[in-house]
Design a protein around this ligand. Structure first.
Ligand code: FAD
Length: 385
């Protein structure tokens, strides 16, 4: 089948906002996404730890997309910018305008040892696998030991959620975070890093810096000169561009993100746009971090720009506004608002869960997260079912 139309790849935060911005387009919009639901990714660590009910994290895409947007439930395997076509499930689809908003997937950096047994956090499915397997692992293991490769925010959040789950289950376990870099969260000022290190050390969790994971035999991890036995092994070593193949003359970051012009189109391809985690947008000499707020508004802007350009009208630059961020560690947090106000503790946690509700897709999901934001979690292991 061949079709000439507007194509959006990805129905996450940016793809959905673009679809909404194109709801009055005078042509059909095809949105490709292999998932049937859109997912609140920031709460995946809570879901993996069994702290938050999965129904709060997702919502059917078909109920969120405008009438003129057709969801094609397929993964795009390749994008040919010069040929103006994409391939999904072996079928070729041509486009007049394209938005690449496929987010990112876990980057294993080529580590391929028993990959299918490694736990990771990139989707509802992978988080549910952790949630469902971890209690059984705790029960059967004599000396339970969680090992997490990667000391970024995903790794730390997952570590603290699993630690708390084990405590709540009455099966305390060791936690080790392994990272080849010298420091965790190097973008934080030193005192914030030390604060987090102290909190994490207080749980007995060990951080092995300057240490790569070199082997995994399905049960045991080798990290530097250490053998970590019979572990629950999770990978949180970074993320990369989600579409396996892309041809064209483009500039990319090491993780595959596409450099975009201020209007979010690709240099040399005025009919192709990228937004969210797929895009490398530069502001004040720095690339925007991967975050919901930026994905949301970039998607909206890209959708509007596609609509304008397809009618020969002027497009507008994307003007990101940084409201802030929070790293929620189940019982502690650190964050910053408006690039200047530091927050932490329960305030940060409450803000995080409130944002998970605010950027959600239904009133029920919003209300569910607000309830969590108010009550947080009790030490006995409250599970918000
Ligand atoms: C564990 C975790 C915690 C996070 N915590 C926070 C946080 O606290 N605050 C924050 O601001 N940000 C957080 N982020 C980052 C934030 O979730 C992303 O920046 C945001 O989701 C990016 O939006 P997006 O639309 O670009 O991609 P996504 O929301 O990831 O959506 C991409 C969509 O594309 C689809 N897709 C993937 N591959 C293909 C393909 N080949 N073909 C078609 N469709 C495809 C996916 O199924 C998905 O629906 C977190 C991310 C993770 C993984």
């Amino acid at each position: 089948m061949e079709s000439k139309t507007i194509i959006i790849i990805g129905g996450g935060f940016s793809g959905r906002q673009a679809a909404r911005a194109l709801r009055h387009a005078d042509r059909e919009v095809l949105l490709f996404d292999p998932a049937g639901s859109t997912v609140m990714l920031p709460s995946l660590p809570d879901l993996a730890g069994g702290w938050v009910d999965e129904k709060l994290l997702h919502y059917p895409l078909k109920d969120l997309l405008p009438a003129n947007v057709r969801h094609i439930q397929k993964a795009v395997r390749s994008i040919d910018l010069d040929g103006r076509k994409i391939i999904a499930s072996g079928e070729v689809f041509t486009f007049d305008y394209l938005l690449i908003a496929a987010g990112s997937v876990t980057d294993f950096h080529g580590f391929n040892r028993h990959r299918e047994q490694i736990y990771h956090l990139e989707s509802l499915k992978t988080a549910l696998r952790i949630r469902d397997d971890f209690p059984a692992y705790l029960q059967r293991s004599e000396n339970p030991h969680v090992v997490i490769a990667g000391g970024g925010y995903t790794g730390l959040e997952l570590a603290m959620n699993l630690y708390a789950r084990a405590e709540a289950a009455g099966r305390p376990c060791r936690v080790t975070i392994v990272d080849p870099a010298p420091d965790i969260l190097p973008f934080l000022p030193k005192e914030k890093q030390q604060f987090l290190r102290r909190f994490i050390a207080g749980t007995g969790t060990v951080i092995l810096s300057n240490t790569p994971v070199t082997d995994f035999d399905g049960e045991n991890v080798t990290a530097g000169d250490r053998q970590l036995k019979e572990v629950f092994f999770c990978w949180a070593g970074g993320s990369r561009f989600a579409v396996p193949q892309l041809t064209g003359t483009v500039e990319r970051l090491r993780d595959g993100r596409l450099k975009v012009d201020p209007d979010l189109s690709l240099p040399g391809y005025p009919h192709v746009f990228a937004a969210g985690d797929a895009a490398a947008f530069e502001q004040n000499g720095q690339i925007l971090r991967k975050a919901i707020n930026f994905a949301w508004y970039a998607g909206k802007r890209a959708g509007k720009n596609i609509e304008s350009r397809s009618h020969g009208k002027a497009v507008k630059p994307f003007r990101p506004f940084d409201a802030g961020w929070v790293i929620p560690l189940h019982a502690e947090s650190v964050g910053q608002l408006f690039s200047r106000i530091w927050i932490g503790g329960n305030t940060g946690l409450r803000l995080h869960y409130f944002m998970c509700g605010f950027r959600n897709y239904s009133f029920a999901n919003f209300a569910g997260f607000v309830k969590i934001a108010v009550k947080l979690f009790d030490k006995g292991g409250h599970h918000d079912d």
